[in-house]
Write a protein that binds this ligand. Structure first.
Ligand code: NAD
Ligand code: MG
Length: 299
């Protein structure tokens, strides 16, 4: 386990290498275990300082990428964690579960499809029963399928993207709201696509705009109950989302190079944003979207 002496002064340009991912393809949802190059989820570097001591968190899409890095960070900050993911991602989820146990925290595995409204209700109940309480929710599951033209987006894809990206966040938050005690937090994953929509991600970008608006509205509704709602908007982060139809293959080698930092981000660089918004130290931060995007300006 890394220790506090590793929290060193680092140049963000060179903290992680510029990656040139080879063209590759994985069936949706994609596995971290098969990604080239591998991602950094903080396994060997994230150092906790007790900021989430005793917290009980449900994280969706927690098997890989940003969700996995957040789960590892939460555990090292002292939280018990329930992992939601698709059954076909068991291998990735197992890796994350072992890292959480190695941090000395409790982990609950909750495979299932967040496009199913009944699962959205049950996942909250199972997390709460398994962790003996629930005071943090990270709505992070998402799907991204690129399409050159609006005519190529079938109803099935359109509805599927909305089901997973925004309807599930709505349904899981609705199930959680009545059981979250004052002091609890919800953090939703949105995207730079909410502000700078890529024309090949029409359905995806639309859901991310909706997530920002949902976050700002729900935040005002739940604040008087002592529940804070915020969002994180990542820029180009190297994860399995990008190789399971998230991008045209020919774009992969340049992924993230058009940021002011000149490189893609690693999942572990996003995790501290979730830690901050979940920790009580951000008690006066409500309805905010925190951009973690390598320096691309957003409104
Ligand atoms: P990822 O593939 O590692 O994570 C997405 C996860 O969503 C999957 O692991 C899967 O468990 C979950 N998921 C997808 N469909 C599901 C379903 N039907 N039921 C249950 N779970 C389902 O990729 P990531 O990039 O870490 O994505 C995490 C979040 O970050 C997503 O919301 C994504 O839109 C967002 N995001 C990513 C980037 C990026 O560049 N990687 C940028 C902005 C926003
Ligand atoms: Mg995954």
């Amino acid at each position: 386990m890394p220790d506090i002496s590793q929290l060193t002064f680092q140049d963000p340009v060179t903290r992680y290498p510029v990656i040139t991912p080879p063209k590759q393809d994985q069936p949706e949802p994609g596995l971290d275990a098969e990604l080239i190059p591998r991602t950094d989820r903080g396994e060997d570097s994230y150092v906790g300082t007790g900021r989430l001591q005793g917290r009980k968190a449900l994280i969706t899409g927690a098997d890989s990428g940003i969700g996995a890095a957040t789960a590892i960070a939460f555990a090292r900050e002292g939280a018990d964690v329930a992992l939601s993911y698709l059954p076909e991602e068991q291998q990735d989820a197992q890796d994350v579960a072992e890292l959480i146990e190695r941090a000395g925290r409790r982990v609950i595995a909750l495979p299932g499809d967040v496009a199913d409204p009944e699962f959205c209700r049950r996942v909250v109940e199972d997390a709460r029963n398994g962790l003996e309480g629930l005071d943090a929710l990270v709505n992070n599951a998402g799907r991204q399928i690129f399409s050159e033209s609006i005519e190529d987006i079938s109803d099935e894809q359109l509805i599927g993207t909305f089901e997973v990206n925004i309807l599930a966040q709505f349904r899981i938050s609705r199930a959680a709201a009545p059981v979250l005690p004052p002091g609890s937090t919800i953090v939703n994953t949105t995207s730079i696509e909410a502000y700078q929509p890529n024309p090949t991600l029409l359905d995806y970008a639309s859901t991310k705009g909706a997530i920002n608006t949902f976050t700002k509205g729900l935040a005002q509704q739940l604040a008087p109950r002592g529940i804070r709602v915020n969002a994180v908007a990542p820029g180009p982060i190297w994860t399995p989302l990008q190789v399971s139809q998230g991008q045209p293959k020919e774009k992969l080698p340049n992924f993230g190079k058009n940021t002011p930092l000149g490189r893609a981000g690693q999942p572990t660089e996003v995790a501290p944003a979730y830690v901050f918004l979940t920790s009580s130290e951000s008690s006066y931060v409500i309805g905010e979207t925190l951009n973690v995007n390598g320096g691309r300006p957003t409104p």
